[in-house]
Ligand binder design. Structure first.
Ligand SMILES: [Zn+2]
Length: 67
């Protein structure tokens, strides 16, 4: 389980937007990319992220536009 303290320091690796916990994944509140959690360790890699519907490349994410 991810603690609130950890959740607070984690951010989207692209746009540094805050994340929220959704089921067993962390979801970026800005671009919607989903990061899975393995053995209580969030995998904060854009290459490993689950992209939102309609997005085929990380470059198209909302977070990437401000980065
Ligand atoms: Zn993001």
């Amino acid at each position: 389980m991810i603690s609130n303290d950890l959740l607070e320091i984690l951010a989207c690796p692209i746009g540094k937007a805050p994340l929220k916990l959704e089921g067993d994944k962390l979801v970026c509140t800005s671009c919607g990319a989903k990061y899975r959690i393995e053995d209580d360790i969030p995998i904060m890699l854009i290459e490993e992220a689950e992209l939102p519907e309609g997005i085929s490349s990380p470059d198209e994410l909302q977070c990437a536009e401000g980065a």
